[in-house]
Write a protein that binds this ligand. Structure first.
Ligand SMILES: NC(=O)c1ccc[n+]([C@@H]2O[C@H](COP(=O)([O-])OP(=O)(O)OC[C@H]3O[C@@H](n4cnc5c(N)ncnc54)[C@H](OP(=O)(O)O)[C@@H]3O)[C@@H](O)[C@H]2O)c1
Length: 282
């Protein structure tokens, strides 16, 4: 039986509504190839996430060489979840950005997931010398043919993001980039501001620095004041910002729940500023 707690906070765009917090799947099922040693724990983590009410799952053809997608498909079928209750993001890798390669990659992702459409399909990284116009001819076709609902990009700077917008027949709904209290590179390069001004979601990946997040004194004090875990406050700091959503990954059901609940933490303007200004590790 799936318990569905109250709705998570959402980010509302003109053409879709997305939960502020989704579930990342890098290292689910393995890293660069399938790893039998993490099979059981990965399936258990996916099951926990779905039972705890996560509906946005972020994956990629690259994750465990496609095995992360297979495990998502497997658990969704086991739990008998309705496809339309989920929002599935996948990504095409930089070495597959030619027209035919993109069509083949998307087909392969859908086969592994055993689903007939993706909610969101991203270019995982820009590739040197890529012909973005050619890539978007394929991506636009996938949307027109119904295999993909929405398009986005990942690790794109403002200049590339604008080029993607120019070639896409449908709105680019996200740029997925690293963003955490300790990594502000996509604030500095203007991507966050550009997204906020143009109805594009900034999807923050590695929101807790892949588990190596250093807890500052400021963060610890604010966490105590909210009776929350410091990692929750680090995630809440992200999702308290307009147009920012995030996709933390965890294999630990306690952390999976904590990360979900971070969406309910309301930080004051003063706390947001204090956290933004706190030097790393102090
Ligand atoms: N587009 C891209 O290029 C790109 C790049 C990297 C990642 N991503 C996506 O973004 C997702 C998230 O990023 P990430 O996996 O790199 O890093 P992350 O979510 O910042 O960190 C994951 C690590 O943090 C630990 N963790 C998570 N929540 C925790 C909590 N509440 N308390 C303590 N530890 C916690 C987890 O360990 P435990 O298992 O012990 O909880 C795990 O080892 C990925 O899974 C992937 O879907 C995209």
């Amino acid at each position: 039986m799936i318990s569905r707690p109250g709705p998570m906070k959402y980010e509302i765009l003109p053409n879709l509504t997305l939960p502020k917090i989704g579930f990342g799947t890098w290292k689910i099922g393995g890293e660069s190839s399938p790893d039998p040693n993490v099979e059981a724990i990965s399936l258990a983590a996916l099951r926990s996430a779905l039972e705890l009410g996560y509906t946005h799952l972020d994956t990629a053809e690259m994750y465990a060489a496609g095995h992360a997608e297979e495990l998502i498909g497997q658990i969704v079928r086991q739990l008998r979840l309705k496809r339309e209750s989920l929002f599935i993001t996948s990504k095409v890798m930089p070495s597959h950005l030619k027209y035919d390669q993109i069509l083949n990659s998307c087909d392969a992702s859908l086969r592994r997931l055993q689903m007939d459409y993706l909610d969101l399909y991203l270019i995982h990284w820009p590739a040197p010398g890529m012909r973005l116009e050619d890539s978007f001819r394929a991506l636009n076709k996938l949307v027109r043919d119904g295999q993909v609902r929405h398009l986005g990009v990942s690790n794109f700077d403002v200049k590339l993001l604008k080029r993607a917008q120019a070639f896409s027949e449908t709105p680019i709904i996200t740029d997925q980039v690293p963003y955490s209290l300790s990594d502000r590179s996509y604030v500095k390069n203007g991507v966050l501001e550009y997204c906020q001004q143009n109805d594009i979601l900034l999807t923050a990946y590695s929101p807790v620095d892949q588990g190596h997040f250093r807890v500052s004194k400021t963060l610890r004090a604010i966490a105590q004041a909210h009776s929350a875990a410091p990692y929750q406050v680090a995630i809440a700091w992200l999702v308290n910002q307009p147009r920012v959503v995030t996709i933390p990954m965890s294999l630990n059901p306690v952390h999976i729940r904590e990360n979900r609940d971070a969406a309910d933490l309301r930080l004051s303007e003063a706390e947001m500023k204090q956290l933004a200004g706190a030097p790393r590790g102090l």
